[in-house]
Design a protein around this ligand. Structure first.
Ligand SMILES: [Zn+2]
Length: 366
């Protein structure tokens, strides 16, 4: 299988433009045209992982965390980052990272996987992203409106929450005069023409813009298509940080801690007291999610499950919400399972293996 095909599939699930500004998701090492024999999935593509890929005949490592975040200036193997990159390049092993873009999608995302482990229902993004949506208005002759509309829907326009095929259509008359050299679909050169047209409006996420414009130009009959695109300030419920949902049944704080421990196989949980005797509404964020604490409080979550809280941040719960810090590695471990499942479902004959050893740099002494 060609690496390009695997990347195209992964980026359909988690478009790279959805990654945070500090992130470095994408193809870090390798060439898109490489023939891939087998993929090894892990959380961190540290040198030991590259060794195992070599040993198991995998020439693609798919990691959740990018091994390279900032620019590298030297390649002498003095850090684990340089060692991993050098080893991968020397052995023709590609490294692909799918990080905050996978965190930020609701469907098939990291947080949805954690919610699934905990059995949460009625899940939604905790802090939806603003500034991703665009609106396209296009003026189309009546005769081709249906064709253009369907092509726009097929390219991904018109999806709003649990609805698709959303559009607004307004009838009117468009005017134009074709000048010398024009090849008008209707009307005559040199004469002002009036044509019954439909103004069609659809919303879409910015990363689909090229595909949507291609679909519009392909199906619209005019030589010069009249259209405009505006950036919307609306938030988009399909993309953003963290997730919130309900437990299948109310639990005491103690029962919830036990629930996390068992369902997520967590060895140790750091937590704050709860003022609630029974918990139902859970906010969560895989990885370092402390920045979402106030948002979780404002959304009436009774408990916030995440990791990497600092001592003083635990006080910021102000006793309004219980914090459960499960550890960064432990909270995101299921990303390996998630990616493995997605890949084998879409490429049933492609060999995918999981990195079996623990890459958590943090050990617990109890
Ligand atoms: Zn992480």
């Amino acid at each position: 299988m060609i690496l390009r095909e695997i990347i195209a599939y992964l980026e359909k699930i988690a478009p790279p433009s959805l990654q945070e500004t500090y992130d470095n998701s994408g193809l870090l090492v390798g060439n898109r045209e490489m023939e891939i024999t087998r993929a090894l999935i892990c959380l961190d593509s540290i040198p030991e992982v590259i060794d195992e890929a070599l040993e198991k005949g995998a020439n693609l490592v798919i990691a959740h965390h990018p091994i390279v975040f900032n620019g590298l200036k030297r390649f002498n193997g003095s850090t684990h980052v340089e060692q991993a990159v050098i080893k991968a390049i020397k052995n023709d092993i590609a490294i692909y990272a799918i990080h905050t873009n996978l965190d930020n999608v609701l469907q098939n995302g990291v947080n949805q996987k954690i919610a699934e482990k905990l059995g949460l229902t009625d899940t939604r993004i905790l802090e939806p992203k603003i500034g991703i949506l665009r609106k396209l208005s296009v003026f189309c002759p009546d005769s081709h409106a249906e064709q253009v509309r369907m092509a726009l829907f097929k390219a991904g326009a018109g999806k709003v929450g649990n609805y698709d095929a959303c559009s607004f259509n307004l009838q009117g008359d468009g005017s134009f005069r074709a000048l010398e050299g024009a090849k008008p679909y209707v009307g005559e050169i040199g004469k002002i023409h009036w044509e019954p047209e439909i103004r069609m409006e659809v919303v879409f996420p910015d990363y689909l813009q090229n595909a949507i414009l291609r679909a519009m130009f392909r199906t619209h009959p005019y030589e010069e298509v009249a259209y405009d695109i505006v950036k919307l300030e609306n938030s988009w419920s399909a993309v953003g940080s963290g997730l919130i949902g309900d437990l299948p049944e109310e639990m005491s704080p103690q029962e919830f801690l036990e629930h996390i421990k068992v369902r997520m196989n967590i060895p140790m949980i750091r937590y704050t007291d709860s003022i609630h005797k029974k918990l139902k509404k859970v906010a969560l964020c895989g990885g370092s999610g402390s920045f979402l604490l106030q948002r979780a409080i404002s959304q009436d979550a009774q408990v916030f499950l995440s990791s990497d809280f600092k001592y003083h941040q635990f006080f910021e719960s102000e006793k309004k919400i219980m914090i459960a810090d499960v550890g960064h590695y432990e909270g995101e471990y299921f990303t390996i399972e998630l990616l493995g499942h997605l890949l084998t479902e879409n490429f049933p004959t492609f060999a995918v293996i999981f990195y079996g050893n623990n890459t958590n740099p943090l050990k617990y002494y109890c």
